[in-house]
Design a protein around this ligand. Structure first.
Ligand code: FMN
Length: 202
């Protein structure tokens, strides 16, 4: 049987979502999926990027990585979208990518796939859940199947986010992922791959 196709599509300014996406991609591959790991295009003006050393560093470090295309979503059986929390909402860079998918949406090419989301914020309760719920508005319009993790494994009582996976970066905006987030990310990837596999077999 052919492997499940998993696309991990995200935006990251300073590397947190990048690290989360890497972990998801590795877990997806381990679960037997064929994986496309894609960052969406940066849209911010150069002067905004230059004003933040961590942002500039991340842009420079990742400039040769492949960028997400509409076909990456069309190709996939399961899609994990990642965005930093921006005022409790989806970052405009990821939103812009979603907003370019009209031609695929109108043909029904985004429907009947398995979707879930991941995010990060600087503060605890900083809007992670509202960001994920805002992201899922779009998935409903796609006719997608939101496979939120819920509390489907004891480890979800530890990371505590049934809407997706999230990380708090802290005051320095640089707190690394811990075993708690890594376990929740692995669980999310395994879960969407498993569900997409079942849907394909049905
Ligand atoms: C414009 C802007 C808005 C933000 N809004 C929030 C927010 O509402 N709550 C919060 O806790 N953090 C907020 N943050 C912090 C980011 O969520 C955090 O830096 C990000 O998750 C780090 O991810 P990255 O390293 O992948 O860019 C904001 C950051 C920026 C630049």
């Amino acid at each position: 049987m052919k492997s499940v196709k998993l696309a991990v599509i995200y935006y990251s300014s300073t590397g947190t979502l990048h690290a989360m996406a890497d972990r998801l991609a590795a877990a997806g591959e381990k679960a037997g999926a064929e994986v496309r790991l894609r960052q969406v295009r940066e849209l911010a003006p150069a002067e905004a990027i230059a004003s933040n050393a961590a942002w500039k560093q991340h842009v420079d470090r990742t400039k040769d990585e492949p960028r997400a295309q509409a076909d990456d979503v069309v190709w996939a059986d399961a899609v994990l979208f990642g965005t930093p929390t921006r005022y409790g909402n989806v970052a405009s860079q990821l939103k812009q990518f979603l907003d370019t998918l009209g031609p695929q949406w109108v043909q029904g090419l985004l429907a009947d796939k398995v979707y879930a989301g991941f995010t990060a914020s600087m503060t605890a309760h900083g809007g992670q859940e509202s960001t994920l719920l805002a992201l899922y508005n779009t998935i409903h319009h796609f006719g997608g199947i939101v496979a939120a993790p819920g509390y489907t494994d004891p480890l979800k009582f530890v990371d505590g986010n049934p809407y997706g996976v999230s990380h708090v970066t802290g005051g320095g905006n640089d707190a690394p992922l811990t075993d708690v987030q890594d376990a929740a990310l692995d669980h999310l990837a395994q879960r969407v791959v498993r569900i997409a596999g079942k849907l394909r077999a049905a």
